[in-house]
Design a protein around this ligand. Structure first.
Ligand SMILES: Cc1cc2nc3c(=O)[nH]c(=O)nc-3n(C[C@H](O)[C@H](O)[C@H](O)COP(=O)(O)OP(=O)(O)OC[C@H]3O[C@@H](n4cnc5c(N)ncnc54)[C@H](O)[C@@H]3O)c2cc1C
Ligand SMILES: Cc1cc2nc3c(=O)[nH]c(=O)nc-3n(C[C@H](O)[C@H](O)[C@H](O)COP(=O)(O)O)c2cc1C
Length: 691
């Protein structure tokens, strides 16, 4: 490997061993430690020989050889102040903000010892959360809201504990804090998690340094974050700035452009991409970081040829993988970018697709390149693989990406325009030209042909990592133990610039080749994400399910499970299923199965709203009103109500209908009805799986 120092190679060959990729590091650490020991020993012997009567001191290996841990640094210098930046993220934005904030605090204040902490990694149990939080004196929380006003997966444990009512006196009086929430105004529970954490911290006596930051992803959340951060400096100056140092305004801060170290390999180098597939399948448990590569067993279109849209039924084969799931869980799928976009990206970068390379977050001597670089993807791999699997090419680029592009534009006018778009003055242009017109990263690259970032910059600072997509599993393991079924609507449509946006994962599913038709079937890394969207433990409890379009997915799993239970002799309670589509001749997905389940008594009634059949549009919320008395009766018998599908439109309308049903059926006021609905939610009898 090119990066290995010559002497590392010679040591390896002399010993007949390989230290692997990190050989340089291993040798360097061993060498420096040994040298320090030898010098220490010489000094010690020399001292001893000179003065034998004096107390013998132990040999101390100089500490500078090892990186200082934050705690050590704080112990060593009591004038230092610990700052902790926590993050709760699903798709990485909050983590990016936490790292950017930490870097800027470090750069501005010598006194600060800053640590970025994943909320999940902070503590192993509630007691430890409390003990550790009590010791924090200055902390910031960057937290996103997800699901249906829920915490992100990595904040769930912390949030559950922290938001519970606490008895006793306020216990966070030693803490000064700030919270920046990441959310989207289109969702009903806008920024709920950040708000709750902010309120709770205040309630427990912590001092709010700056008002809660309301990040809105529907607009430019980077601007919201910058504005919030700018309010912070005067407050932090009071705490972290030494009196003799110059005021903050005199030291404008520019974030460094992140860059991986890139090593080019000759094309005969063993590619990691294929090794990785095999290793993953040997893993004991799978999660987002350790997905399992599985085959596509079945793939078929669910719409009829009359439809101008597409919805795919896909089955992943779990046989032999050990993957387990429960009805109602989600599956995370890592798809690949389509060939045409990968080729376009390589062309715009001016690099050949068969270039074999690896990226590294450390220098050749093993020292880290920078705290906020995400872990590199596995390599060596070809540029084709890297662009297919790891680069988000279709989302609009972030402002920080434009800054990085500007730095690598050879044409001054292009660099200037890019810098303007990323600046405060260019805010409106950015919001219209980039976000409003849904300009993809590829489109932006094409508009600035002189921008040719090196691969290390491209993968670190310009193209975010391609993220997995989640799907509500549309099967039950009790019915199909070795399969995960997915029901995926194809994302395909024009954007304001005239580009046809082809959704990454849904397009991959649309083009997937199943084992049924070829031995060379499509494969994807997948993992299961547990959910609380579950049937009642007692199958005789009444249930109402509302799932138009692909919102039907988890209910198909529910029906399969009820079918098995019925076969096993269980007494099933009443079940209503509300489904909605445009037209029965085009997109009435799984029609045969649903009507069969109705005939067999797996559900009591299937109620379908066809939005484009009659003169008036009819949706599931209208059908609910027609069945108001029955729904209320079922809920009054301790029944459950489930909603799945579009969060921004449908779920809100269904919520309003439910509120009206309670109000009318119970003959109560609007606020009393809201209290009833809230109680249903609190008791876990009104569950929503919305996205
Ligand atoms: C918990 C959960 C469960 C889910 N379950 C399901 C499910 O069962 N079935 C299902 O089909 N989906 C489901 N989804 C949605 C799914 O995860 C994906 O978001 C969806 O398949 C689109 O992904 P994609 O990669 O194909 O599209 P992407 O490449 O992610 O593109 C979609 C994005 O592109 C943008 N865009 C630009 N132009 C357009 C355009 N013309 N039309 C639309 N979008 C455009 C939008 O911002 C949109 O967010 C679920 C999501 C979550 C979070
Ligand atoms: C499936 C889904 C559900 C979401 N639910 C909410 C929500 O209930 N409330 C909200 O304010 N924002 C919601 N959001 C918006 C995210 O909080 C927002 O995009 C945020 O920037 C994500 O940050 P992250 O990248 O750190 O995870 C949702 C986003 C998605 C994709």
């Amino acid at each position: 490997m090119e990066t290995k120092l010559e002497f590392v190679r010679s040591i390896e060959s002399a010993l007949g061993v390989s230290f692997g990729e990190d050989g340089d590091k291993v040798i360097l650490v061993a060498l420096t430690t040994s040298l320090a020991l030898i010098f220490g020993l010489i000094a010690f012997l020399w001292k001893r020989s000179g003065d034998r009567t004096k107390e013998i001191k132990p040999v101390v290996v100089p500490k500078a050889m090892q990186p200082l841990e934050e705690e050590d640094e704080l112990d060593a210098d009591p004038s230092k102040v610990k700052v902790t930046v926590f993050f709760g993220t699903q798709t990485g934005t909050a983590e990016g903000f936490a790292k950017a904030l930490a870097e800027e605090i470090k750069a501005r204040y010598e006194k600060a010892v800053v640590k970025v902490v994943d909320l999940d990694d902070y503590a192993t149990d509630d007691e430890q959360y409390k003990e550790k939080l009590k010791k924090e004196t200055l902390a910031f929380f960057m937290v996103a809201t997800y699901g249906d006003g829920e915490p992100t997966d990595n904040a769930a444990r912390f949030y559950k504990w922290f938001s519970e009512e606490k008895e006793g006196d306020p216990w966070l009086q030693q803490l000064s804090y700030g919270v920046f929430g990441l959310g989207n105004r289109q969702y009903e529970h806008f920024n709920k998690i950040g708000k709750v954490i902010d309120d709770q911290l205040c309630e427990q006596g912590a001092k709010r340094l700056i008002p809660f930051g309301l990040g809105d992803d529907d607009q430019c959340i980077e601007d919201d974050f910058s504005a919030w951060r700018d309010q912070l400096w005067p407050e932090l100056d009071n705490i972290l700035r030494d009196e003799e140092s110059t005021p903050a305004v005199a030291t404008p801060y520019t974030a460094a452009i992140l860059e991986y170290r890139v090593v080019i390999h000759d094309s005969s180098a063993g590619l990691h991409e294929n090794k990785q597939l095999n290793m993953m399948n040997g893993n004991a448990s799978y999660d987002i970081q350790h997905p399992c590569v599985v085959n596509v067993a079945v793939q078929r279109e669910l719409h009829t040829p009359e439809s101008d849209r597409s919805c795919i039924h896909l089955e992943f084969d779990l046989a032999g993988t050990g993957i387990k799931y429960e009805t109602g869980d989600h599956v995370g799928v890592y798809a690949e970018n389509c060939e045409e976009n990968v080729e376009e990206a390589a062309r715009l970068l001016g690099q050949p697709l068969d270039l074999t390379f690896s990226i590294h977050a450390d220098n050749e001597d093993g020292t880290p390149l920078g705290g906020s670089l995400p872990p590199p993807f596995p390599g060596p791999c070809t540029l084709r693989t890297a662009l297919s699997r790891y680069a988000d090419l279709l989302n609009p680029p972030k402002k920080t990406a434009l800054v990085a592009l500007a730095a690598h534009s050879s044409e001054p006018s292009e660099a200037e325009r890019l810098r303007f778009l990323s600046s405060q003055q260019g805010k409106d242009d950015y919001s219209q030209w980039v976000v409003g017109s849904q300009r993809s990263l590829l489109e932006v690259l094409a508009e600035f042909p002189s921008a040719k970032p090196p691969l290390g910059v491209f993968f670190a600072a310009i193209a975010p990592r391609l993220l997995p997509r989640y799907y509500s599993i549309s099967s039950s393991p009790r019915f199909v133990p070795n399969r995960v079924h997915v029901t995926s609507a194809l994302v395909y449509g024009p954007t304001p610039t005239g580009r046809i946006h082809k959704g990454v994962c849904s397009t991959w599913m649309k083009n997937a080749v199943p084992l049924e038709s070829s031995h060379e079937s499509s494969q994807a890394p997948v993992f299961i994400r547990t959910s609380n969207f579950k049937l009642p433990a007692d199958p005789s409890v009444p249930i109402v399910m509302i799932g138009p379009g692909t919102g039907l997915a988890p209910f198909r799993g529910f029906l399969q499970e009820r079918y098995v239970l019925k076969e096993e002799g269980a007494q099933l309670g009443p079940a209503l299923l509300f489904f909605g589509c445009r037209n029965r001749r085009m997109d009435f997905i799984y029609e045969d199965e649903l009507t069969k389940y109705e005939d067999e008594g797996v559900i009591s009634e299937l109620i379908v709203a066809f939005s484009r059949e009659g003169p008036q549009k009819e949706y599931v919320q209208h059908k609910m009103m027609e069945k108001a008395a029955q729904i209320w009766e079922m809920l009054s018998q301790e029944g459950y109500l489930y909603v799945c599908g579009d969060a921004k439109g449908m779920a809100r309308d269904v919520h309003r209908s439910l509120h009206t049903i309670v109000q009318e059926q119970e003959k109560v006021s609007s606020s009393e009805a809201e209290a009833v609905v809230k109680k249903l939610q609190m008791n876990g009898r009104y569950l929503r799986d919305v996205w």
